[in-house]
Design a protein around this ligand. Structure first.
Ligand SMILES: [Zn+2]
Length: 79
């Protein structure tokens, strides 16, 4: 059984596959590559992948800003 849902990561239409023979529920989004595999018996997450959104600059800019700050600090110490 395949159910259409909203992707919790990007909000696009995603698919939820109910795999009764595996007792698993798999949620996947083609738009952002979001993946979540959950046991339908225990609710335990077996596999999950939630990529950052390319259209949101905050996720990309933050690590670069931290890296630049680290370089400035080390240069300042040596000179
Ligand atoms: Zn998505």
């Amino acid at each position: 059984m395949i159910e259409s849902i909203r992707c919790p990561n990007c909000g696009a239409i995603a698919e939820r596959h109910h795999l009764a023979y595996l007792a698993q529920v798999k949620t996947q989004c083609e738009k952002c590559d979001y993946l979540l595999v959950m046991s339908s018996r225990s609710g335990q997450v077996l596999e999950s992948y939630a990529p950052g959104l390319p259209c949101e600059p905050q996720h990309i800019n933050k690590p670069i800003a931290f890296r630049l700050a680290a370089i400035h600090t080390s240069v300042g110490k040596h000179s």
